[in-house]
Write a protein that binds this ligand. Sequence first.
Ligand code: GDP
Ligand code: MN
Length: 384
Amino acid sequence: MKLHEYQAKEIFARYGIAVPQGRVVATAAEAESVAEGFGGRAVVKAQVHAGGRGKAGGVKVAQSAADAADAARGMLSASLVTNQTGPEGVPVNQVLVEELADIAKEMYLALTVDRVERCPVLLVSASGGMDIEEVAESSPESIHSEPIDPVLGLMPFQSRRIARRLGLEAGAAAAAPGLLSALYRVFVDNDCTLVEVNPLIVTGDGRLVALDAKISVDDDAMFRRPEMLALRDTTQEDELEAQAADLDIAYVNLDGDVGCLVNGAGLAMATLDVTSSVGAAPANFLDVGGGASVDKVASAVGIILSDPKVRRVLVNVFGGILRCDIAAEGIVQAYRNTGSGLPIVVRMLGTNVDDGKRILGESGLPVVFAETLSEAAEAIRRAG
Ligand code: GDP
Ligand code: MN
């Protein structure tokens, strides 16, 4: 789950990390009055769950309170499209109005999990700011990666090494270890998968300030992070993914037109691979899970059918804990509820497979049965 910049900065502030003064608002009038409090000069920042705002008009420096109001009005009136959103963009419901920072140097800093080394890793670069993706592409050696032993935590020698790598001097170098260990505590205490500060700046008077803040919290830790769940903003999430999450269905929206209903994550991955290999493009990953009821299967199929890009449906069910007859009844229920006529290819094996096929066969749905996954993929390709 992603947090907004202003929420991440509130957490940073609680850990003693310097952030600019600011307030989040939902109207141009409020933006104007906050900017007035800063003497008129302020930066207005769209609060969306996507980066790349700076290059997309989502970060504007205002020279007067009236300017700030105009910037806020513009941002709040339209969705923001950045290189990290789809073409439809994300809605801007709030803007953060902050005092202007005096930037002497922009750096990049992130904490995430290194899945190969299986430990947290601190990534830093002296060339931070809006072009970090190009830096990573053209000169990856300029990004320093510091693995952190989860038992020892971030060691002082590592902080000093990072300060040197960033070319920090005097006061900023002295402040770096405190800042880095505070960021590491933010990462660990809150079950984060990402804490990113881009840019981390050195101000004209030599202070370190987190000018931007991004936090993602591990979804699998949410059961013990009720305070994080309270920060969730579903307006920023893919609508179908949010619906699926509420039903406890593992679902990821993809670009293709083949809606896929599968039980089991491994089988779902294999289904996507085989479907793609015959030149058909999956519209989603969906694992309905082991113990699904008729209603849950029907909800899952309902999500697939309500996706406007879906033109054909592929079902790959291995009847174990989820019986084939239950899956079949759920599919029929969803097709009846939605009145859908989309072609459906079904591969079913396992417990109660004959009942499952009979229920589907007698339902009048435009169903084609396949024995193997390759046959199913071929059949779905022909249905396109
Ligand atoms: P992002 O593009 O979504 O990552 O948004 P950022 O918060 O990183 O802002 C993008 C850029 O706007 C930063 O790299 C800065 O160069 C600039 N910026 C943000 N806040 C200020 C500020 O207070 N003063 C000045 N001069 N520039 C700012
Ligand atoms: Mn940024």
